[in-house]
Design a protein around this ligand. Structure first.
Ligand code: FO1
Length: 331
């Protein structure tokens, strides 16, 4: 990452990422021909302890996606994975609701060793990224080193995020979401330093097409985070995870409907704007929703539409190119 960068063109584009959509966009941006430095801030609300190991699903999905080692079908974990340890664990009566493949497990053991040796989570993540082959122009930084853990309140009771997401497959009707530990959390030191280094010209901050309740809120709710991003940002751009009235993957649409929100790009934009007043300058929607943009534009909101569907790496790179092109000029 360039030091003392003061212009928009060499300052890293900052991407906030959680879940599969964020990881796909991180990969698309990192493949872009522009080769602009990229700083990916990952959600830590999904992190949890499992079999004595710290699991960081959203951080690892970005590491695997940008190093092209992710399993493209599952959208999490390693490609060409084997499951010997997991099968043996099951034979021993160990927990089988959360699958860790052999290669993925090796990453977790390595993370545990580095943490035990005293490195902080951001340092460990950089070290693991280097070993995996994360391109040198890409930095991946977990949003905070303090434990923030997402819990959901559902009609079936309260549960930790991974129990809801993996064990219950998001079936319980959601009533609210809590981010345990967030009030005493602070932005990761490395993130603060990287953003302080951006310089007066500012940079572009992109909120990826990630679940607003489960992926973006545990980042944006960290005390000081929005101010830090706003100070570094020339412009904050938010990409809609809702396309044609639904989320292409994941529970964002289901959750919006359960919380009584309008499941549309308009509904998402209005909710984000109410939740984070003054944070976002530019809203990017899929072209499918172009016809619905008129009302918000008439209210003075800046809405752009393009093809945002990242169904394969080529389309993700094309969207990454579009975003970088849009960020490098005043549209
Ligand atoms: N998702 C599943 O649906 N089932 C799993 O067994 C599972 C294991 C897993 C292991 C490591 C990892 O990094 C991610 C894993 N995921 C699994 C995905 C993960 O739970 C979710 O995709 C994210 O937390 C949501 O963003």
């Amino acid at each position: 990452m360039g030091e003392g960068s003061g212009t928009t063109s060499d300052a890293p584009l900052v991407l906030l990422s959680g879940g599969g959509g964020g990881a796909r966009l991180a990969a698309g941006l990192s493949q872009s021909s522009a080769e602009r430095p990229l700083l990916v801030v990952t959600n830590t609300g999904d992190d949890f302890e499992h079999c004595g190991l710290l699991i960081c699903p959203d951080t690892d999905s970005v590491l695997y996606a940008v190093s092209k080692t992710i399993d493209p079908q599952r959208g999490w974990g390693r490609a060409e994975e084997s499951w010997s340890v997991f099968e043996s664990l099951k034979d021993l009566g160990g927990p089988d609701w959360f699958q860790l493949g052999d290669k993925d497990l090796a990453l977790h053991l390595s993370r545990a060793a580095l943490l035990a040796a005293g490195q902080d989570l951001a340092g460990v993540t950089t070290a693991l990224g280097d070993r995996l082959g994360v391109p040198p122009n890409v930095a991946v930084i977990p949003a905070t080193a303090s434990p923030v853990r997402t819990h959901v309140v559902t009609e079936q009771g309260n549960m930790a995020f991974q129990e809801y997401f993996v064990a219950q497959r998001c079936a319980p009707v959601l009533r609210s979401v809590a981010y345990k530990g967030i009030d005493s959390a602070s932005p990761a030191d490395r993130l603060r330093a990287a953003l302080d280094d951006v310089g007066a010209a500012g940079t572009d901050v992109v909120l990826g097409p990630s679940n607003p309740f489960l992926s973006l809120a545990p980042i944006l709710g960290i005390p000081g985070m929005q101010g830090l991003l706003r100070r570094a940002a020339r412009r904050v751009v938010a990409v809609s995870p809702i396309i044609g009235g639904q989320a292409l993957k994941g529970p964002a649409g289901k959750i919006m409907s359960e919380l009584g929100l309008d499941v549309s790009a308009v509904g998402w934009t209005r909710w984000m704007n109410e939740q984070y007043p003054g944070l976002v300058d530019l809203w990017v929607w899929d072209e499918t929703d172009e016809a619905a943009a008129g009302d918000l534009r008439a209210e003075g909101m800046d809405v752009l539409t393009t093809s945002t569907v990242m169904s394969d790496p080529k389309r993700a790179a094309a969207f990454g190119d579009w975003l970088l092109g849009m960020c490098s000029c005043d549209h």
